[in-house]
Design a protein around this ligand. Structure first.
Ligand code: BYC
Ligand code: FE
Ligand code: FE
Length: 472
């Protein structure tokens, strides 16, 4: 078991104090990180005491220490899952050889690029969520937002650690640039699509943490199967934090749906009447789901990808739970893919390696299906007939095979004209955004909650809902 050193400026379990060069590099990055956090992190609340969980070691109990802290004083540390003795490269052409403890020269660029792309999403999400604290529906939710934000900050640290330790000067430059790009900025945007989309209300926040953080789960699992062992160990520890983010999203939407169902039981399903009661109507919830789910599907990259094929072939990135597969080399197999040819949908056989993005996306889609099923259980328990659903993966895509082709939510090809006439039934309109925005008023009294969401079933760390999760 690795030993955590909590005494220095940067808590870690990677023996930082014995590597003076690395320690100096990270200590010189740290004030720039804090500047970024103060400028682009949660707006307001930086002087408040937040009831946060802090990672202090990687063993089962140690990484979840709770206490009130001011966010800028949160101890962002560097924690890697413990090294597995004799770990082998789990996939691709080098399958079964010893995993790399250092970066192989020929894979340097590809690895750096993946680590930078991963790292870029973390501060991007904090930027996207920057103003949400001002309209939190309860102190419990406010605290959860900040927990997610500080952990995304820690995920950035995790990637910066890899850049600084293994990529020399290039790595240090990339680490600086991670603090320079800005979500949604036309001149210096974040790298991936969804991370430049505005996330300006709490319905979006809960959809984002459900669907976009879940891309994080799948990508981190795939990177945890990397032959580059330090990346694998870093991602394995990040995954322990990721599950809380998805919990925040899934239970958040569950509570929005519960409130909606209760109101429908009182006044009927008519959206205007649901809205008159201060709840969010189910069609609006569905439209937000459609928007964030399809945007997050794009984060897996193109359905056919030579990048993905070479990442897999070189053993840089595996599949979700690679060990559950029989064939780890994948030179022979095929994947049946639906593609568009001459304005028709046809089946095409794609070499497995080229389909690696789509294979990862398959696992993601089925995970999302389970989530929506759990949301539908809420409707069922409330005695409602209505149901939420996932749109087909071809719907509303900006990246890959189906980008810029019109499909309905069932995945049928449709004309531009049909798209234009039905778009507002499928995706949020300006009026929907405005309505949701009109509900976003801060509720900051302990134990109180906004009209559009049900209270959680229990508090955080066995505290009651009424607990003062955030205090001056
Ligand atoms: N947006 O071969 P292709 C998380 C680019 S989320 C913009 O189809 P590839 C988190 C692509 O870069 C997890 N560009 O795709 C969640 C390529 O560019 P070049 C983040 C895109 O390379 C919530 C070109 O299109 N982690 O942690 O196989 C809160 C053709 O690409 C997009 C990772 O993503 C897009 N959506 O796969 C906080 C893991 N899609 O080469 C955090 C690391 C594709 O033409 N990243 N492109 O310049 C990767 O493994 C890969 O970069 C991707 C793309 C899977 C994203
Ligand atoms: Fe993250
Ligand atoms: Fe996350």
């Amino acid at each position: 078991m690795s030993v955590a050193d909590l005494s220095g400026r940067i808590p870690n379990n990677v023996n930082l104090k014995d590597d003076k060069r690395l320690l100096r590099a990270l200590e010189s990055w740290q004030p720039k990180y804090i500047d970024w956090w103060m400028e682009m992190g949660p707006d307001g609340f930086q002087a408040d005491q937040i009831y946060l969980r802090t990672a202090i070691s990687v063993d089962r109990d140690g990484w979840a220490q709770f206490g009130h802290v001011k966010m800028p004083e949160y101890r962002w540390g560097i924690f890697l899952a413990d090294r597995e003795d004799g770990r082998k490269i789990p996939c691709g052409d080098h399958y079964g050889k010893d995993a790399w403890q250092d970066v192989p020269g020929e894979h340097r660029n590809a690895l750096r690029r993946m680590i930078v792309t991963q790292g870029d999403t973390e501060p991007a999400s904090v930027e996207q969520q920057r103003r949400l604290g001002q309209t939190a529906p309860s102190l419990y939710d406010l605290r959860n937002l900040f927990q997610v934000n500080v952990e995304e900050g820690r995920h950035l640290w995790a990637m910066v650690y890899l850049l600084h330790s293994y990529f020399g000067r290039d790595g240090r430059e990339e680490a600086e640039d991670l603090l320079v790009r800005r979500s949604g900025n036309a001149d210096k945007p974040r790298i991936l699509t969804t991370f430049n989309d505005p996330c300006e209300d709490w319905l979006s926040f809960f959809m984002f943490t459900t669907f976009t953080d879940r891309d994080g789960k799948f990508q981190l699992h795939a990177l945890a199967e990397s032959g580059f062992d330090p990346l694998s160990r870093t991602c394995r520890f990040m995954l322990t934090e990721e599950s809380h983010h998805m919990f925040v999203g899934e239970t958040g939407i569950q509570r929005v749906v519960k409130r909606c169902a209760e109101v429908m039981n009182k006044v009927g399903p008519e959206p205007d009447r649901v809205r008159a009661e201060g709840a969010i109507d189910l069609p609006t919830i569905q439209k937000y789901l459609n928007m964030w789910y399809t945007s997050s599907l794009d984060l897996f990259g193109g359905e056919k990808s030579s990048n993905a094929a070479s990442y897999f072939a070189e053993g840089l990135k595996g599949r979700f739970m690679e060990s559950k597969y029989d064939d780890h080399v994948c030179v022979d197999g095929h994947y049946d893919m639906t593609v568009v040819q001459d304005d028709r949908l046809v089946q095409e056989q794609i070499p497995l390696r080229i389909a690696m993005n789509e294979i990862l996306r398959d696992g993601y889609v089925s995970d999302c299906e389970n989530t929506v099923e759990r949301w539908n259980k809420v409707l069922e328990r409330e005695g409602r007939e209505e149901r939420l659903y996932l749109p087909n993966r071809r719907f509303n895509r900006r990246v890959g095979e189906y980008a810029n082709i019109r499909f309905d939510p069932q995945g049928n090809l449709i004309s531009e004209h049909e798209w234009t006439s039905k778009r507002d039934q499928w995706l949020p309109t300006t009026a929907d955004f405005a309505y949701v925005k009109s509900l976003m008023h801060p509720v900051v009294e302990p134990g109180k909650i906004a009209s559009w969401i049900a209270p959680p079933q229990k508090g955080i760390n066995n505290q009651p809902f009424e607990f003062e999760y955030v205090r001056k």
